[in-house]
Design a protein around this ligand. Structure first.
Ligand SMILES: Cc1cc2nc3c(=O)[nH]c(=O)nc-3n(C[C@H](O)[C@H](O)[C@H](O)COP(=O)(O)OP(=O)(O)OC[C@H]3O[C@@H](n4cnc5c(N)ncnc54)[C@H](O)[C@@H]3O)c2cc1C
Ligand SMILES: NC(=O)c1ccc[n+]([C@@H]2O[C@H](COP(=O)([O-])OP(=O)(O)OC[C@H]3O[C@@H](n4cnc5c(N)ncnc54)[C@H](O)[C@@H]3O)[C@@H](O)[C@H]2O)c1
Length: 461
């Protein structure tokens, strides 16, 4: 049994937790997969590098709108893939090398499993290694859910872990699910040449995650791009590899050469056997943590997709900052809050949000004002020839404060940031609209004008 001062389980966000403040400690860093975890190797970063490339292809296709005659002659998928993954694989290797060179860190590459309180066995290439520590941080992430109808078919399927490294752009791609991953990767592959069909059990795309106006508008726009099978479930997968037959619950049959499964992710707590360490989980497999991110076992902390309320990288990063601080300052602990968590979907159009959706404001019975300002009604929207985009804001009439913001259109992920700052700081919409000067004629005027459109005086009843 090898004893360390601190074990960090997971080399995604967990790796980022270890910095100079931990100098002098003997640290074990355990990871089954490559350094950088999901975000760097199979998540946020490759999907956005591919989305940016897809946007370039779409800009060429749409150049006529700006009276520019350009023609898309083709996309070089293997070159795109090489450009993206050569860079990311090198970053992952570099990250691991740096840690291996550190005198205070022992890297264990292998799959870990708890054998008792603060004790683990790691299945490495050289056999099992037993390790223990006074303090452990669990940051072992999650994995894609694969429903039995697909897993039990015995036929090949892709997930976000594999699809971005395919040898060829699929000719006929069927995507199961209509959430974040489905939307982003459908955008990528459709723009790079796939015929895309999306099977989603809800009646709209992004229905669980987005404001109703955003979800409905996005669904309506994507009907022109993808073949949408909404309110449908997959009943059977048959055929042969490369020539799949997918039967839906209404008896409709689809054919595909590639099936991408994107119906959500689940935490890896089961594979880690956390119960043996006295670490409790909820029914959904998420490790239970308190506001300081301590688990139910003494000396064991958790962060990121394995425990969080919101499985996003910027949330995991903030949680890592909190855990690092709390490990170093046990008598002055910080608290994690999830009050103003923004998110963005890197599709075309982009989508971004923070705070309450209109349906949530209604459910909570809030006296709220709503305003929607269109890109087409600000000068830079004209410059972009933008017809669909909008910024929707919700404010509390009693306090004058922002409740939520939802943007659909070019640069939504960037435009939302002033609204995130306002929400995080409890600013009133008047303060945000009227205190700073907003650059003319930048796209941010769509945000400024949406705020100014809010009618806070009207009686909401
Ligand atoms: C396709 C895709 C796109 C995404 N895009 C975005 C985005 O644009 N923006 C955003 O904010 N979020 C995005 N996310 C979510 C984001 O990637 C995750 O929230 C984030 O990576 C979670 O980090 P983590 O450290 O908790 O887990 P991970 O990064 O998954 O790290 C888990 C680590 O634990 C290791 N591990 C797991 N099990 C074991 C075990 N038993 N033993 C040893 N080691 C183990 C793994 O090898 C890995 O090193 C995306 C996710 C996907 C899949
Ligand atoms: N840009 C980003 O920030 C980003 C991008 C990708 C992923 N992510 C993270 O990854 C997580 C997982 O993404 P995801 O897209 O897999 O999950 P998701 O929860 O976003 O969407 C899953 C979708 O699949 C549908 N679904 C579930 N079971 C189904 C079935 N049997 N048949 C048809 N449809 C079904 C659901 O109704 C839902 O719309 C996200 O919640 C997010 O936290 C973030």
């Amino acid at each position: 049994m090898r004893r360390h001062d601190l074990i960090v389980l997971g080399a995604g966000t967990g790796n980022a937790l270890i910095d100079d403040r931990f100098a002098g400690l003997d640290i074990a860093l355990v990871s089954a997969g490559p350094f950088g975890g999901t975000c760097l190797n199979a998540g946020c970063i490759p999907s956005k590098m591919l989305a940016a490339t897809a946007d370039v292809a779409d800009s060429v296709r749409e150049s006529g709108r700006h009276d520019v005659d350009a023609e898309l002659r083709g996309v070089r998928w293997r070159d795109i893939r090489r450009r993206v993954f050569d860079r990311l694989d090198a970053a992952a290797e570099e990250g691991e090398k740096g840690r291996r060179e550190s005198e205070q860190i022992t890297v264990y590459r292998g799959t870990a499993r708890f054998t008792g309180p603060r004790r683990l066995t790691v299945e490495t290439e050289d056999g099992p290694v037993e390790i223990e520590a006074e303090r452990i941080v669990i940051a072992a992430g999650g994995r894609p859910v694969v429903p039995p109808v697909v897993a039990d078919s015995g036929l090949p399927y892709e997930t976000s872990d594999t699809v971005m490294r395919l040898e060829e752009v699929p000719r006929r791609l069927v995507v199961l699910g209509g959430g974040y991953i489905a939307a982003e990767l459908s955008h990528v592959f459709h723009s790079l040449g796939s015929r895309v069909t999306v099977i989603e059990q809800a009646d709209r795309l992004l229905a669980q995650q987005q404001d109703e106006l955003v979800s409905q508008t996005f669904t309506d726009l994507m009907r022109d791009e993808w073949d949408l099978r909404l309110g449908r479930e997959l009943a059977e997968v048959s055929g042969s590899p490369g020539d799949l037959r997918l039967t839906l619950d209404d008896g409709t049959e689809l054919t595909a050469d590639t099936l991408l499964v994107a119906v959500g992710r689940r935490p890896n707590s089961d594979r880690l056997g956390v119960a043996a360490a006295g670490v409790e989980t909820g029914e959904d497999g998420r490790i239970t943590v308190d506001e300081h991110l301590r688990t139910t076992a003494d000396g064991v902390w958790a962060l990121g997709d394995i425990s969080t309320q919101v499985p996003l990288k910027h949330v995991a990063n903030r949680e890592a900052e909190i855990v690092a601080h709390n490990l170093l300052h046990p008598d002055d602990r910080r608290t994690m809050t999830y009050d103003a968590v923004p998110s963005a979907v890197f599709t075309r159009p982009q989508i971004a949000q923070v705070g309450l959706t209109e349906q949530e404001a209604r459910e909570q019975g809030l006296d709220h004002a709503v305003a929607v300002h269109r890109y087409a009604d600000v000068a830079y929207g004209w410059a972009l020839e933008e017809t669909d985009g909008f910024c929707k804001v919700l404010a509390d009439r009693r306090t004058g404060r922002l409740l939520g913001a939802h943007i659909l259109g070019p640069q939504a992920a960037t435009l939302v940031q002033p609204l995130v700052i306002a929400l995080a700081n409890g600013m009133t919409v008047r303060e945000l609209a009227e205190q700073p000067l907003w650059i003319h004629p930048a796209l941010t005027e769509v945000v400024e004008n949406a705020l100014k459109d809010l009618d806070l005086e009207a009686d909401g009843t």
